[in-house]
Design a protein around this ligand. Structure first.
Ligand SMILES: Cc1cc2nc3c(=O)[nH]c(=O)nc-3n(C[C@H](O)[C@H](O)[C@H](O)COP(=O)(O)OP(=O)(O)OC[C@H]3O[C@@H](n4cnc5c(N)ncnc54)[C@H](O)[C@@H]3O)c2cc1C
Length: 610
C-alpha cells in the first residue's frame, strides 16, 4: 500500500528550506503556501485513491500489443483523465502556456507522491511534461497551438526518442535520418528502441521528440537535429490528420515498471513519416534535447526518492507489527515476551539508514528545485545571484540522478531485508519496488554517464565557480556550528569529509593534467558518491540544527509527537554521519591510491572461460 510522510515533507519545504520565500518574488506571487498545501493534499489523495491501488495490479497485468495497438492496464485511462481534471501535470508549466506557474520545489513533491504511488503510471505524464516543457521553450507559436495546448489538456502525450539499437550511451552514433521536404517539414526514417510511453491507449495522439541527422550533417552529436514527429499528423488548424507512418514494432517484457509501455518504434518504414524541425533550427538537436534530458534526470532522481520513501514507510509499518524473538536484554529467559522486530537493534539500524537517506535525498532534490526556481525568478533583476543558482542546478543534477537512483535500489533491498521472507513474495509491495527501482540507474544516461558529466564538465564549469560556491556553503556551515552542543562531533566529521572531497577533486585534476584520462573515468563513479554523501551529510545536519529549535518549542508546548518528530531528524543526521559518511574516507583512499588493476588486468584475466 502506498504510504507518504507529509509531516517530513512539510518540514523540508517550509521549516528547513523555507520554500515560502518564493511567494514573495514576482514570479510566484500569484501563489501562496496555503494554495500549494491544498495542491499537495489533492495530489496525495489522487496518489492514494487513484493510482496507488493500480500499482500492483498494473505490474501483474503489464501492457499488451495486439493488432498494432498497445493497451495499458485496466484503470490507467481513467486515472489519466482524473489527473488532467486535477491539473497536476501542468503545475510547474508557465501561466502563459496554460499551466499554474508553480514552483519546481513544490513540483518535486507532487512528482514524488505520484511516482511513489505508481512509478509506471507516472512515466506517461512525466514524459508528456518533459516534451511539453521542451516545446514551450523551443517550439514556435504554431507548434504551441498544434501540439503544446493539446498536451497540457491531456489529449496528446509525449515521448523522448534518442536510443537506437547501436546508439545507447553513444547518442552521437544516431542513424535516424531526416530529408527536407518543404519549409520545416522533413521526411523521417529510422528505428528507435526502448521508448517509454512509445505507444498506449491513454490519448488521441502521441508527440514523439525525435533526434535525427539531416542528410549531409556532420557525424557525432553536433550533427543531430530535433523533430516533432506526431503519431498522427496534426493539420495546421489542429485537426487530427492521417496516421504518420510510425509503427510500434514491439513492446518490452521487463524486470520492473511493467505497466509502462517501452516500445520499439519504426519511423517511416512506408516512406511517409513527417517531422517538424524544432524551432526551425538544424543541428541544434542536442542543445534542445538537453532541456528535456536535464528535466528527466532530475525526475529520475525524484522517482528514486519516491520509491525509496514508499519502501521505507512500508518496512517501518511492518516492523512495528511483526512479532519475532524477544529483546536481547532478556536473552537468557525462554519465557521473555516476543517483541515487534522494530525493537531489534539491527532492524533499527536498517530503518534509520533508510530514513536518513530518504530524507537527505528529498532535501537535496527540493533544494536543487529551489535553486532552479530562484535562478528563473531572479534572472531579470539580479544576474549574479541567478547565475549562482543556475550553477548549483547544473552541478547537482548528476548527483540527484545517480545517487538517488542507486540508493532507491539499495533502500528497496533494505526494505525487503526488514520484512524477511515476507518481503520476497508478492503479498507485500517491496519486491515490486526493488524491480521498479533498478531502471533508474540505467535510463536517462547510465549512472556512470552522470559521473562522467560531473567530473569532466560540471566541476570545471564557470571556471570552477559552481564547485567553489558549493564547498564554501559547507565550509561556512561547519564554521558557524562547529561548537554546537550535541552535534559538534558530527559537524567536525562533516568538515573532515568535505576536506576529503577536496582532496579527491585534487587527485582528479592531477589525473587530468598528467593525461591519465582512464584513471579519471575509473574513479568518476566513486567520486560522485563521495560528493553525494558529503552533500547529504551537510543537508541532514543543517536540518538537525533547524529541528533542535523545533524540538525546544515543542517541548515547551508538551507536544510529544512533535518532540519525537524533531528528535528523529537529529538522530537521522547523527546516524548518517557516523554510519555512512566514514565511507568517503575509504573511497578517497581508493581514488588517490590510483590503483590500475581494473585497467591493467588482461581481458582474459577476468576469466579464461568462454
Ligand atoms: C525501461 C527502459 C526505458 C527507456 N526509456 C527510454 C526513452 O524513453 N527514450 C530513450 O531514448 N531511451 C530510453 N531508454 C534507453 C536508455 O536510455 C538506455 O538503455 C541507456 O541510455 C543505456 O544505453 P544502452 O542500454 O545501449 O547501454 P550501453 O550504452 O550499451 O551501456 C552498457 C554499459 O556500458 C557502459 N558504457 C557505455 N558507454 C560507455 C562509455 N563511453 N564509457 C564508460 N562506460 C560506458 C554503461 O554505463 C553501461 O554500464 C530506456 C531503457 C529502458 C530499459
Amino acid at each position: 500500500m502506498f504510504k507518504a510522510d507529509l509531516r517530513a515533507i512539510r518540514f523540508t519545504l517550509y521549516e528547513h528550506l523555507k520554500v515560502q520565500q518564493l511567494f514573495e518574488l514576482d514570479a510566484f506571487s500569484h501563489l501562496s503556501r496555503e494554495e500549494c498545501d491544498a495542491i499537495i493534499d489533492q495530489c496525495l489523495r489522487f496518489a492514494t485513491e487513484v493510482t496507488g491501488p493500480l500499482n500492483a495490479p498494473g505490474d501483474r497485468a503489464g501492457c499488451g500489443l495486439a493488432d498494432g495497438r498497445v493497451t495499458t492496464p485496466p484503470g490507467f485511462p481513467e486515472a489519466w483523465r482524473r489527473l488532467f481534471e486535477l491539473g497536476l501535470m501542468s503545475f510547474t508549466m508557465p501561466v502563459k502556456a496554460g499551466g499554474f506557474g508553480g514552483p519546481r520545489a513544490i513540483g518535486v513533491v507532487l512528482a514524488e507522491l505520484q511516482s511513489g504511488a505508481n512509478t509506471a503510471f507516472q512515466m506517461y505524464p512525466g514524459l508528456t511534461h518533459g516534451a511539453a516543457d521542451l516545446l514551450e521553450t523551443f517550439g514556435s507559436p504554431r507548434d504551441h497551438e498544434r501540439f503544446l495546448a493539446p498536451m497540457l489538456a491531456g489529449r496528446f502525450a509525449g515521448t523522448m526518442c534518442l536510443t537506437e539499437p547501436h546508439a545507447g550511451s553513444d547518442v552521437g552514433a544516431t542513424r535516424t535520418r531526416a530529408r527536407r521536404l518543404e519549409g520545416d517539414v522533413y521526411a523521417i526514417q529510422g528505428t528507435k528502441i526502448f521508448i517509454s510511453s512509445g505507444d498506449h491507449d491513454l490519448t488521441e495522439n502521441i508527440v514523439h521528440m525525435v533526434l535525427a541527422r539531416i542528410e549531409g550533417a556532420p557525424p557525432g552529436t553536433k550533427g543531430l537535429s530535433l523533430f516533432i514527429v506526431p503519431k498522427r499528423w496534426v493539420e495546421e488548424d489542429g485537426r487530427l490528420g492521417e496516421p504518420n507512418d510510425v509503427t510500434t514494432v514491439s513492446i518490452e517484457h521487463k524486470l520492473g515498471i511493467r505497466a509502462s509501455a517501452t516500445a520499439t518504434l519504426a519511423f517511416g518504414d512506408g516512406g511517409r513519416c513527417r517531422g517538424i524541425l524544432v524551432g526551425g533550427r538544424p543541428h541544434e538537436g542536442m542543445r534542445q534535447m538537453f532541456r528535456m534530458m536535464n528535466g528527466a534526470r532530475i525526475a529520475v532522481g525524484v522517482q528514486g526518492i519516491a520509491v525509496a520513501s514508499a519502501a521505507y514507510l512500508n518496512a517501518l509499518a511492518y516492523a512495528r507489527e511483526r512479532l519475532q524473538g524477544s529483546s536481547v536484554r532478556h536473552f537468557k529467559d525462554p519465557n521473555a515476551p516476543r517483541v515487534a522486530i522494530i525493537e531489534h537493534a539491527d532492524v533499527r539500524r536498517l530503518l534509520l539508514e533508510m530514513k536518513a537517506k530518504v530524507e537527505g535525498m528529498r532535501t537535496l532534490a527540493v533544494k536543487l528545485a529551489l535553486h532552479a526556481d530562484l535562478a528563473g525568478a531572479l534572472q531579470a533583476t539580479d544576474e549574479g545571484r541567478a547565475a549562482y543558482h543556475e550553477g548549483q542546478v547544473d552541478l547537482l543534477t548528476p548527483i540527484v540522478k545517480a545517487y538517488c537512483a542507486d540508493q532507491a535500489f539499495r533502500i528497496a533491498e533494505l526494505a525487503i531485508q526488514v520484512y524477511g521472507g515476507a518481503g520476497y513474495v508478492e503479498d507485500h509491495p517491496v519486491e515490486q519496488y526493488l524491480r521498479d527501482a533498478k531502471i533508474f540507474s540505467i535510463y536517462e544516461g547510465t549512472n556512470h554517464i552522470q559521473a562522467l558529466d560531473l567530473v569532466a564538465r560540471k566541476l570545471q564549469s564557470r571556471g570552477g565557480a559552481n564547485l567553489a560556491a558549493f564547498l564554501s556553503e559547507i565550509g561556512g556551515f561547519v564554521e558557524r556550528h562547529r561548537a554546537r552542543p550535541g552535534l559538534a562531533a558530527e559537524i567536525g566529521a562533516l568538515g573532515e569529509a568535505a576536506g576529503a572531497l577536496q582532496r579527491a577533486g585534487g587527485a582528479l585534476i592531477e589525473f587530468f593534467t598528467s593525461g591519465r584520462l582512464e584513471q579519471v573515468t575509473l574513479v568518476a563513479s566513486p567520486f560522485l558518491e563521495v560528493m553525494a554523501e558529503v552533500t547529504l551529510a551537510h543537508l541532514l545536519l543543517d536540518a538537525a540544527v533547524v529541528a533542535e529549535a523545533g524540538r525546544a518549542a515543542a517541548e515547551e508546548e508538551h507536544h510529544q509527537e512533535e518532540v519525537d518528530f524533531y528528535r528523529g531528524k537529529v538522530m537521522a543526521a547523527k546516524f548518517f554521519v557516523n554510519f555512512v559518511l566514514p565511507g568517503v574516507h575509504a573511497k578517497l583512499a581508493a581514488i588517490v591510491g590510483a590503483d590500475r588493476s581494473a585497467l591493467d588486468i588482461p581481458d582474459a584475466g577476468f576469466s579464461t572461460a568462454r
